[in-house]
Ligand binder design. Structure first.
Ligand code: ZN
Length: 380
């Protein structure tokens, strides 16, 4: 079986980047040695990170997963150019009768996809607070119901975003968690106490911290205050539009890289020129910076994960290693993945090679080159 070697500043399992050389065989990392090897198949003056895992992606490259789940496979082929090696296709609140078809389509794509690996569906809704609906259609939102939720969440569902303060939500949280599904608080008007109740019931993630949720007041900290004070990792859209760069710095100081998950929340306009696009049944106007409904409400982003990593470094002053952890190690922990998100002997060889400016030059999924000129020796 072919052996591939890569050398550079590697994010090792201890959480820091060190000069090292890796050998990959059979889709796994089989050997790690300290020090650079200029004769490695790929030797970068930059970095080697575990593959990036996007927990919230609505679509990209002109495809919207909430409209057609089969397009997950198309997007999966192109995502590695952004350093993403695994992702959760995200379905926003949809007409109740549309869910079975959408989940069936995506379930099929989970089995067939090449390129970045779709790991399961992120259902964002339908149990969201209408007061914080963001770009979701109010008429499709539903009151939480545990029996209904268990019927909805088939084996393709990996993560569900809901508002924990809604009547019946705590029961839904407990039941979904007992089935191994990660539950996230989002599109929520929860008070701090209601959010804490959700965390106690088993919520393991927070969806796009600060966006579409109660505000952070010093006497009324809401969901963001509860999230910042908790040990629960928070998804963060680091595009400088959904939140001010200084707010990301504040979150970084409060939570550190183990408490932040870089998500793109990208929609179909990601990787496309500006213009008119869709997010589920909504029309979205996209310029060079943002995607918005006609009333100005943000409707997903056009952020790529590699840009999110560069922004995290720029906004917070963190080390590249810390930004890589926010894009790989922490999301892998949220999903309970043991073989991804860290580089160690026996880990999946999902790898991103970057130059010194943090531009992605090569991407590997389980040892297969899926972006860049994987065969060129000494490529930078
Ligand atoms: Zn959202």
């Amino acid at each position: 079986m072919e052996i591939l070697s890569l050398s550079g500043r590697v994010l090792l399992a201890e959480g820091a980047c060190r000069e090292a050389t890796l050998w990959v065989q059979g889709g796994k990392v089989v050997q790690i040695q300290s020090g650079l090897d200029p004769k490695a198949d790929i030797c970068t003056a930059g970095f080697i990170s575990p593959g990036w895992i996007d927990l919230q992606l609505n679509g990209a490259y002109g495809f919207d997963f909430s409209t057609d789940g089969r397009t997950v496979a198309e997007v999966a082929w192109r995502l590695p150019e952004t350093g993403v090696t695994a992702f959760l296709p995200t379905v926003i609140t949809s007409p109740w009768e549309a869910y079975p078809c959408r989940l069936r389509e995506i379930g099929e794509a989970l089995r067939l996809s090449g390129g970045a690996r779709p790991l399961g569906v992120h259902l964002e809704g339908p149990y969201l607070n209408p007061v914080k609906k963001g770009a979701h259609t109010a008429g499709f939102l539903r009151p939480p119901d545990a029996v209904e939720a268990l019927g909805l969440a088939d084996e393709s569902v990996r993560l569900v975003t809901l508002a924990p303060e809604l009547p019946g939500a705590l029961d839904v949280i407990r039941r979904l968690k007992s089935r191994g599904i990660v539950v996230s608080a989002g599109h929520s008007n929860a008070t701090c106490e209601e959010a804490d109740g959700g965390f106690e019931a088993g919520i393991g993630f927070v969806t796009h911290l600060f966006n579409a949720m109660s505000g952070l007041g010093h006497r009324d900290p809401g969901l963001p205050g509860a999230a910042l004070a908790s040990g629960v990792p928070c998804g963060f859209i680091a595009d400088g539009v959904h939140t001010h760069p200084s707010v990301m710095k504040l979150v970084y100081r409060a939570k550190g890289p183990d408490g932040i998950v870089l998500v793109t929340d990208a929609m179909e306009a990601m990787g496309m020129p500006a213009g008119k696009f869709r997010l589920s049944d909504r029309e979205v106007q996209v310029d060079r910076h943002s995607a918005r409904l006609a009333d100005g409400t943000l409707a997903g982003s056009i952020l790529t994960m590699d840009q999110a990593v560069r922004n995290a470094v720029r906004f917070t002053g963190c080390l590249p290693a810390e930004a890589f952890r926010m894009a790989s190690t922490t999301p892998a922990q949220v999903l309970g993945l043991e073989d991804k998100g860290k580089i160690f002997i026996g880990a999946d060889a999902d790898l991103v090679v970057l130059d010194e400016a943090l531009v992605v030059t090569h991407t590997f999924v389980q040892g297969n080159p899926v972006f860049g000129s994987g065969q060129h020796p000494n490529a930078t």
